[in-house]
Design a protein around this ligand. Structure first.
Ligand code: DQA
Length: 137
């Protein structure tokens, strides 16, 4: 089982960025705990602040991996290109948001990804990534 966690812009700052919304844990620390918990699966991680790199990564793994867990950050709400990439690949993609985007600003309520996602996990903190992994098992 090959799964990719793909994080978008500003998520490299997890642990430092708006801790009241996103918590105090860095993603690299959290990812280590996921690797330990799911040592039986091939779990990889990629983060980029650049829209095209996220699209390239979706193309790269999207015809061979078993699942993608995508938190596209703010691009969720703006990027037709990432939405089209999710639609165009074969690998099922779970959309994850750490915060509950529906009790935040109105501009966070629309997602270009949701329509083509296999599922959506919103508002469970970092645990959302774990829940997404479990959905593929
Ligand atoms: C986010 C929610 C987005 O609206 C925001 O731009 C992010 C993080 C989340 O995980 O809650 O960067 O995707």
């Amino acid at each position: 089982m090959k799964l990719l966690i793909l994080n978008g812009p500003n998520l490299n700052l997890l642990g430092k960025r708006e801790p009241e919304t996103y918590g105090n844990t860095s993603f690299s620390d959290y990812f280590k705990s996921l690797e330990e918990k799911y040592s039986n699966i091939e779990l990889s991680f990629f983060q980029s602040n650049i829209e095209g790199e996220i699209i390239d990564k979706l193309h790269e793994v999207g015809f061979s991996y078993d699942g993608i867990i995508l938190n596209a950050g703010a691009y969720t709400h703006t990027s037709i290109g990432i939405g089209d990439a999710v639609k165009g690949i074969e690998t099922p993609t779970i959309e994850v948001h750490i915060s509950n985007v529906y009790n935040r600003e109105e501009y966070r309520h629309y997602s270009y990804i949701s329509k083509n996602a296999a599922g959506i996990i919103v508002g469970f903190g970092l645990k959302g990534y774990d829940l997404a992994i479990q959905s593929f098992l």
